[in-house]
Design a protein around this ligand. Structure first.
Ligand code: NG6
Ligand code: CA
Length: 520
């Protein structure tokens, strides 16, 4: 009798094990691990302001493709770049570290060495460890090499050494030399018999410049931008040689779009991360002929229309490759808007009623809100429900949030895991953060903004932007006063003290010596 019971029990257990193992096999077969990893694309505009998309209230400028994504995704009304200029914002986004912790995170010349330590964690490195292929197409501006780059050899360290498997970039900005594309460390279409030489201090003998040869220009410089002339446009820095490699400015949008599309097609069968970094609407604004006149606002508006079109085409590619519901798209801008950033390009004359910063005060280079508060949204077909959030979020937070998305346990001190917010499952953002503009810092906490006193002009007359320099502290309640018109330090000294203490707890006490804004 005893024996019989045991026999039955054993059969039962064997059957149970068999069923359980079948179920496991089925599960594994149905959901292979790789398929659970979404592709990640960050589309990053250059100098696009808070008020430049229909979804953020623009009425004069039409951005239908961006609006479609923003309105179908999670749109943040308190989304921030970490800085009011390009290099520091890009540094912070990729490393998850506040840019003011790195003294070299400032607007860089085209000859600057790489400012990300090759041992430092970065988003692409973190994603690579989770099986992602990683690529960057577009603007870089984080430095290349370790000083004295030879542009005619493999240029390193660069994107590859900080985690990008593939890179197809412009080194610095569209207005800085070298005016060539660089693919995986090699200048594209370079003729070895016509080597490239670059110098940011002095010209090469006999080479024309914007300063000396105005007759050669088809775009005039307003301030700075009077060194070497490429395609009739005077640039920052001096360049010689590399004739066959020089880009055609008007083709840049099409060029990078084709590269971004090709990248997606090449890597559609594995999880990929693409950092698609647009050059628009940074100067010089050079829309393709198809877009000239498209905005009625001159080249600045036209290149925004062009960028919007590029994004529409790029999304179509994701769709036709069957990837739209497998790809998280994050869109933002590296800093706020500037209208005249150094060329006479009709941008001021033709601006009309368009307000690049919306209701915000300041602009690029400014510690007022327009410097860092930018368009910021996430889109993921069938995975993120349409919504608008006023929670505070910084591009710094992408590091830890994307790590959480791909089940990596990496994070950084400055980057917060706000994945649920990005996916529209929560409305809890950051409580506080430091913002930066041309090496000055200010503080955001809750509804409040606090700007310490800084010496220097209140307004930069060249770009016509209020920088937020003042003799005393400034304190604004952004909920009641989004345009920062009422400084509340006198009526609310307790709040000011609280803000100063919280700011200094992160930033330390800062030596606020004169911080002249050098635009050169
Ligand atoms: C400034 C340039 C400006 C722009 C900026 C960098 C002058 C006078 N001004 O120094 O045109 O290139 O640097 O912009 O040279 S950013 O968006 O890349 O930070
Ligand atoms: Ca920028």
């Amino acid at each position: 009798m005893k024996k019989y019971i045991n026999f039955e029990l054993i059969i039962f257990l064997v059957l149970l094990l068999f069923v359980a193992s079948c179920k496991n096999e089925n599960e594994i077969a149905e959901v292979p691990e790789e398929n659970t990893k979404p592709n990640i694309v960050i589309i990053y505009a250059d100098d696009l302001g808070y008020g430049e998309m229909g979804a953020y209230g623009a009425t004069e400028l039409k951005t239908p493709n961006l609006d479609k994504l923003a309105n179908a995704g999670m749109r943040f009304t308190n989304g921030y770049a970490s800085s009011a200029t390009c290099t520091p914002s890009r540094y912070a986004l990729l490393t998850g570290e506040y840019p003011w912790r790195n003294k070299r995170a400032k607007i860089l010349p085209g000859t600057a060495p790489l400012i990300i330590d090759t041992a430092q964690p970065t988003i692409p490195k973190m994603l690579k460890k989770q099986g992602y292929h990683t690529g960057i197409v577009g603007k870089w501006h984080l430095g290349l090499g370790s000083g004295n780059v030879n542009w005619n050899e493999r240029i390193k360290p660069g994107p590859d050494e900080v985690g990008f498997d593939y890179s197809h970039i412009l080194a610095a900005t569209q207005d800085r030399v070298p005016t060539v594309y660089i693919e995986n460390g090699h200048v594209v279409n370079l003729d070895p018999n016509d080597p490239i030489e670059i110098n940011y201090k002095e010209n090469f003998e006999g080479e024309p410049t914007g300063l000396n040869n105005p007759e050669m220009l088809n775009m005039k410089w307003h301030h700075g931008h009077n060194n070497s002339i490429v395609n009739g446009i005077p640039r920052i820095g001096f360049m010689k040689g590399g004739e066959t490699a020089r880009w055609i400015d008007e083709d840049m949008a099409d060029y990078f779009l084709a590269e971004a599309q090709a990248y997606v097609k090449r890597h559609k069968d594995e999880p990929f991360f693409l950092f698609y970094t647009l050059q628009q609407p940074h100067v010089p604004r050079t829309p393709h002929a198809r877009f000239v006149g498209s905005s009625g606002m001159g080249p600045r508006g036209d290149v925004i229309v062009e960028a919007d079109w590029m994004i529409g085409e790029f999304v179509k590619t994701l769709e036709s490759e069957g990837l739209l519901d497998k790809t998280l798209i994050v869109f933002s801008s590296d800093n706020g808007p500037v209208v005249n950033d150094g060329y006479y390009d009709d941008s001021e004359e033709k601006l009309g009623n368009h307000k690049p910063a919306g209701a915000l005060r300041g602009g690029k280079y400014s510690l007022f809100e327009a410097g860092t508060r930018v368009p910021f949204f996430t889109f993921w077909k069938d995975n993120i429900k349409p919504g608008v959030s006023d929670a505070m979020v910084s591009q710094l937070d992408l590091f830890s949030s994307l790590a959480a998305l791909v089940s990596s346990d990496e994070s950084t001190i400055d980057s917060q895991d706000l994945l649920d917010l990005f996916l529209g499952k929560s409305n809890i953002g950051r409580d506080e953060m430091i913002i930066e503009a041309t090496s000055r810092t200010a503080f955001r906490k809750g509804d409040w903004a606090m700007i310490p006193p800084y010496k220097g002009p209140a307004v930069n007359r060249q770009v016509n932007i209020e920088l937020a320099n003042a003799d005393d502290y400034q304190l604004y309640n952004l909920k009641e006063d989004i345009s920062q018109q009422n400084n509340l330090i006198k009526s609310n000294p307790e709040k000011l003290q609280e803000m100063i203490l919280a700011y200094e707890a992160i930033r330390g006490s800062v030596n606020r010596k004169t911080q002249a804004l050098e635009l050169k």
